[in-house]
Design a protein around this ligand. Structure first.
Ligand SMILES: Cc1cc2nc3c(=O)[nH]c(=O)nc-3n(C[C@H](O)[C@H](O)[C@H](O)COP(=O)(O)OP(=O)(O)OC[C@H]3O[C@@H](n4cnc5c(N)ncnc54)[C@H](O)[C@@H]3O)c2cc1C
Length: 221
């Protein structure tokens, strides 16, 4: 469990390798990019009390027998204004997703509920010539979005923007917590994270921002 020894300016943790040997590692910064576990790491691993909360929002999918012959995707808009996609999947199947449901419990225990499967079937059936029957569903799966809890009423309305929260009391090593985010914004998020940490590492000297990238000095494309 990482510790913050006062005044040492470093975090320390014990790691155990596959053979069971333990050794201590130290770091001058910790970036908590634990995805759906970000809140768990703050509260349970680091034992830090924080007012910031992650909102776990489940996105479920159904995989059906192949529903159409061409190789293009559909995006349908439902009466609830949400969009649902239907994508050709693994040659013989169609992938339909997703939902937005507040998720209680452990992130790795998420599954598509019968109600979510029904919602996805109904959403696609509104548009497809042949309605999607329960027997068409061959598999389901879910992922959990670790959204920043901005107090929005519905899971759909909760912000999809990433939020970086820096915790750097006194001379303790900084902890940067990453809430939310998208694959599509990973680079911006990484640049923003570096910008938040830069004041703590003045000797680092090189900015990894858009200008740096344009000059060929940033992340590899
Ligand atoms: C249903 C759904 C739909 C999505 N749709 C889109 C989309 O259309 N477009 C888009 O751009 N993005 C989308 N996303 C978001 C995208 O998947 C995430 O932004 C992305 O996966 C985040 O990557 P990450 O590495 O930050 O977190 P993750 O991929 O969640 O990785 C976190 C890692 O932390 C590890 N970890 C946890 N606890 C610890 C610990 N104590 N010590 C060490 N490691 C730990 C975990 O094992 C995991 O590997 C979607 C997500 C979901 C769930």
């Amino acid at each position: 469990m990482p510790r913050r020894p006062p005044g040492r300016g470093r975090l320390a943790d014990l790691i155990r390798d596959a053979a069971g040997a333990e050794r201590e590692v130290t770091a001058r910064v910790l970036v908590n990019a634990g995805g759906p576990w970000v809140g768990h790491i703050i509260a349970e691993t680091l034992k830090i009390e924080s007012s910031e909360r992650v909102r776990l929002v489940r996105g479920s999918h159904i995989v059906t027998r192949r529903l159409f012959e061409h190789d293009r995707a559909y995006i349908f808009q439902g009466a609830d204004d949400r969009i649902v996609f239907a994508i050709p999947f693994e040659t013989d199947f169609t992938l339909i997703g997703t939902t937005d449901r507040d998720h209680e419990g452990a992130p790795d225990e998420a599954f598509c509920t019968p109600e979510e499967a029904e919602y996805l079937r109904a959403a696609a059936s509104e548009y497809l010539r042949t309605p999607v029957a329960a027997e068409d569903v061959v598999w389901t799966y879910s992922g959990v979005r670790p959204l920043y809890d901005d107090g929005a009423k519905s899971a759909t309305a909760a912000t999809r923007e990433y939020v970086l929260s820096l915790d750097a009391p006194g001379d303790a090593p900084p902890l940067l917590n990453v809430f939310g985010g998208k694959i599509t914004t990973h680079r911006r998020l990484a640049e923003a994270a570096m910008a938040r940490l830069a004041p703590h590492f003045p000797e680092a000297g090189r900015r990894l921002d858009g200008a740096g990238a344009a000059a060929g000095r940033g992340f590899p494309a």
